[in-house]
Ligand binder design. Structure first.
Ligand SMILES: *Cc1c(COP(=O)(O)O)cnc(C)c1O
Length: 353
């Protein structure tokens, strides 16, 4: 399929101080769009000026949450632009599509479309330290009908947002509230899909955690209310005196690409990493015995995010004196070096645009 290009008559002013970019606030000059209908399948791929879109008020996605999204970044180093494992994002996009009854996309074509968009927008990829271009592909159901059923038409979009460093003052440990009231997802639900509805379900809990001085919540499973799942938009790892453990993909956790990359990096270094069911009580117990050395979250936005404090059931657990641990710092450095191509990564991880 040929990708149509509609030139913008007026380009935007770029933000000079990249430290002021924040996250997800500014958008570039262009966006990618593609339609789906039953007769033509995915069709009319186009790169057009960023701006408002028109959908009917009865569009199904607005009512019943039939939407999915992805999140990844483009990194600039020495004038060159790189994507990190973007093929994994399109693979996961199709897994989310499958769960939400959205027709699959051609993963190779999506990669081509993304590269073309990034190529046009390469000047928008920030080049100051730890700033990057956040990429948001997403799909919404557009059939104008209120009956509940899978939509017969969709709109796929990719928008780009130049974003500043996640940590303005360097890597800093976060305080996490272990959520024992609300549930994000359950096995058999849509927790494994990157779907907007999962985030809608998390807002109430997030606000209450913030009111109590916590940065994010750690979800525990919705069935037994015992096992650790993930943090906000991050997967979670525990460094113990006997290796590193992380919750196994149990049917309600989102399978993070950062998670997968961290596991692969650790294994390549010969470190012990075990994916398993982890009870929150096991974590509290390890802490009491002095065997919980570090805790960190992993996700595209923050890469590796050390946890300095956990609050569970009235108990405050300070981890590694509230400081950044050696393993967290090492993994953060290692992965960001690969993402910015300061170092050669495993085969296929760095995709030059
Ligand atoms: C996107 C996301 C993650 C992290 O996935 P990455 O591919 O590493 O960015 C973790 N949990 C949830 C709920 C997410 O939506």
């Amino acid at each position: 399929m040929d990708i149509r290009f509609e030139k913008s008559l007026k380009l935007k002013e770029k933000i000079k101080d990249e430290n002021k970019l924040g996250f997800g606030t500014y958008f570039t000059d262009y966006m990618f769009l593609m339609d789906y209908d039953e007769k033509n399948g995915w069709n009319d791929p186009r790169i057009v000026p960023y701006g408002n879109i028109e959908i009917q008020p009865s569009a199904m996605g607005l009512h019943y949450g039939q939407t999915i999204f992805e999140g990844l970044k483009a990194y600039k180093n020495d004038g060159k632009v790189y994507l990190f494992r973007a093929d994994e994002n399109f693979k996961r996009m199709n897994e989310s599509n499958d769960r939400l009854c959205i027709p699959p996309v051609d993963e190779e074509f999506m990669m081509e479309a993304l590269k073309k968009l990034i190529d046009i927008e390469r000047d928008w990829v920030p080049d100051s330290k730890e700033a990057s271009l956040y990429i948001r592909p997403f799909i919404i159901a557009t059939e104008p009908k209120l009956g509940v059923h899978p939509s017969d038409s969709y709109l796929l979009m990719i928008i780009l947002s130049p974003s500043g460093p996640y940590y303005k003052d360097g890597l800093a440990p976060m305080k996490i509230y272990v959520e024992d009231k609300y549930v994000r997802a359950v096995k058999g639900g849509i927790g494994t899909a990157k779907a907007g509805g999962n985030y809608a379900a998390s807002l109430k809990s997030q606000i209450e955690a913030e009111e109590n001085g916590y940065f994010q919540v750690l979800w525990i499973d919705g069935v037994d209310r015992k096992y650790v799942e993930e943090v906000g938009s991050m997967n979670i790892f525990f460094v113990t005196d006997d290796g590193i453990i992380t919750p196994e993909l149990n049917g309600s956790i989102l399978s993070g690409i950062t998670r997968k990359s961290i596991i692969e990096l650790l294994k390549a270094e010969g470190q012990k990493v075990v994916e398993k069911k982890i009870a929150i009580d096991e974590i509290m117990d390890l802490h009491k015995k002095g065997k919980l050395l570090e805790v960190f979250g992993t996700g595209t936005a923050a890469v590796v995010s050390p946890v300095g404090e956990l609050f569970y059931n009235g108990e405050k657990v300070v981890i590694n004196n509230g400081e950044i641990g050696k393993v967290s710092q090492h993994l953060y450095d290692e992965l960001t070096d690969i993402q910015w191509a300061r170092k050669k990564g495993p085969e296929g991880w760095q995709i030059e645009v």
